[in-house]
Structures are given as C-alpha cells and as structure tokens.
Ligand binder design. Structure first.
Ligand code: ATP
Ligand code: MG
Length: 150
C-alpha cells in the first residue's frame, strides 16, 4: 500500500544526469553541479554539447575549420571528464549536431535521465531575459525533472 500523504515522486538522489554545456559560465557551473552529484553518489553523468550544423555562407569554411571547432569543445569536455573520473566510465561526453533543446532532450530520453541540468543563460546571456531560449525550451518540453543553475 502506498502512503497517500507522501508526495508523488519523492525526490531521491539522481542517478542518471544529463548536463548541457555551451562553453558559457552558467553552463560551467551546471557541469560542476552535476559532477558534484557524481562524486557524492556515483551517479552517471552525460555532458552534452549541441554543435551547430555547418552553415552555408558565401565563403564556406573548410572541413578542417569545422572539424577543429567541434573538437575544441570536445577536447575541453574530455579534459573535464578525465579529471572527474579517470576511468572515464561514468562521466560521458557527447557532441551532437542539431538544435540544442532537441539534442539535450533526445539524450535525456535515450539514457533515461532522472535529472537534466542547464544554466539559466548561455553564451548570449541577454540579461533582460529571465532565462535563455534553450533553458526555457528544455524546461517547457522536458519529461524529466530539470534543475536550472545560475
Ligand atoms: P539565447 O537564447 O539567445 O541562446 P543564452 O545563450 O543566454 O540566450 P541559452 O542558450 O538558453 O541562453 O543557454 C542556457 C543554457 O542552455 C546553457 O547554460 C546551457 O546549459 C544550455 N545550452 C545552450 N546552448 C547549448 C548548446 N549548444 N549545447 C548544449 N547546451 C546548451
Ligand atoms: Mg545560447
């Protein structure tokens, strides 16, 4: 029998955490927040970055330029990963092309996340807005609980 006075879904420490990283200070703090859970409770953490698809411009960038842009952030994340977890087994890094909310939510579905962590704002950081568009869309569309880190 269930205790009818207990709130539905009483929180437990999250075990499977997806954290969204765009290189901004708030997303850095979001990663630190998630890794703190990892260290305390041996949760599994996926750090996700959505890379923008190559744009068609008058002077297209070379494949090498596009590749180096992706790998710079990926290298940064690999360094975070190896510091957090030398075995690399429980902190994962993902760089996927696509719209950030879609990439974040698809990863959360795929790994059956019990928590998504995003920063309040990101690289643009327009202070007249309460939340960035990515954090807003993740909050509104997510089927998973979301924590927003300032
Ligand atoms: P804008 O809506 O103009 O982009 P912003 O850049 O200030 O404003 P968001 O992009 O919504 O705000 O950033 C909020 C949070 O969303 C970031 O701290 C990060 O956690 C996540 N995020 C944003 N962009 C990405 C991305 N490309 N990949 C992964 N996570 C992202
Ligand atoms: Mg942004």
């Amino acid at each position: 029998m269930t205790d009818s006075s207990a709130p539905v879904g009483t929180p437990r420490p999250p075990r499977r955490i997806v954290v969204a990283y765009d290189g901004s200070a708030p997303s850095d703090r979001a990663v630190r927040f998630a890794l703190d859970w990892f260290e305390r409770s041996q949760s599994e953490v996926w750090i996700v970055h959505a890379a923008s698809p190559p744009r068609i411009v008058a002077e297209p960038r070379t494949e090498e330029e596009q590749g180096s842009e992706v790998s710079a952030i990926e290298q940064e994340l690999r360094a975070v990963q190896s510091r957090a977890d030398p075995s690399g087994a429980r902190v994962h890094v993902r760089v996927r092309e696509g719209a950030p909310p879609a990439v974040i939510l698809a990863t959360a579905d795929e790994v059956k996340a019990d928590l998504i962590v995003v920063g309040t704002r990101g690289l643009r950081g327009a202070s007249r807005l309460l939340l960035g568009s990515v954090s807003s869309e993740v909050l509104v569309r997510s089927k998973h609980p979301v924590t927003v880190v300032p």
